[in-house]
Design a protein around this ligand. Structure first.
Ligand SMILES: CC(C)(COP(=O)(O)OP(=O)(O)OC[C@H]1O[C@@H](n2cnc3c(N)ncnc32)[C@H](O)[C@@H]1OP(=O)(O)O)[C@@H](O)C(=O)NCCC(=O)NCCS
Length: 178
């Protein structure tokens, strides 16, 4: 089921058969060192996929989309959407790309299309991103998309056995220009 399409990319809900491809880049501990979830086995990815809600846009859920490069039809990464709260007006986004496909602008394109969809089709009010201050690529991505830095929390998250800072970026529907 295709959900979002751009000239170069397709985004659709993650499915069971995606496990090998998603595992191949999600298990890369160096690339993903700022993420809480780094699977060591394919079973962990299977559980991650099984947890994906059957419907998009459910209150208090995380929904995972895979990003497919149209040219090769390969899964090159994923976008997680956290539908925050019960009122349905706010989301948080997370994006992960296979290292082989970083530095080509794909995350920017995929995030842009997802944000367009959330603001313009689903009428969301505010979208946020939460990043480790050392995660330069992620910060650059959010700034490229014109998110504003809203907060810097000191040692507010315990990830991979250490307390880490968390920077929150945000953008409102009224600020979003495609
Ligand atoms: C966060 C992440 C997805 C960003 O990936 P990215 O490849 O840097 O982002 P893009 O795909 O948008 O590519 C942008 C880069 O490609 C370059 N680029 C090349 N062609 C481009 C194009 N047509 N359009 C835009 N940028 C282009 C840009 O100059 C930029 O390079 P720079 O960072 O050296 O300035 C990636 O670093 C990642 O997967 N990290 C691990 C997971 C993670 O920590 N995620 C964040 C937690 S939510």
């Amino acid at each position: 089921m295709k959900m979002i399409e751009t000239e170069l990319l397709l985004l659709r809900p993650i499915t069971r058969n995606d496990n090998q491809q998603v595992f191949s880049y999600r298990s890369d501990a160096e690339t993903n060192k700022y993420q809480g979830f780094i699977p060591k086995t394919i079973e962990e990815i299977d559980e991650f996929i099984a947890k994906n809600p059957s419907e998009f846009n459910q209150p208090e859920s995380w929904f995972q989309l895979v990003i497919i490069e149209k040219l090769s039809y390969e899964i090159i990464g994923d976008i997680g959407i956290h539908f925050i709260g019960d009122d349905g007006f706010q989301c948080e986004l997370g994006c992960t790309l296979n290292k082989l496909h970083q530095g080509k602008g794909y995350a920017t394109i995929a995030m842009k299309a997802t944000i367009d969809y959330l603001f313009n089709k689903l009428n969301k009010h505010r979208i946020t991103g939460s990043v480790d201050p050392k995660n330069n690529h992620s910060i650059k991505l959010l700034e490229r998309l014109k998110f504003r830095k809203e907060a810097h929390f000191k040692e507010s998250l315990f990830i991979n056995l250490e307390w880490v800072d968390d920077i929150v970026y945000g953008i409102l529907k009224s600020e979003w220009k495609t």
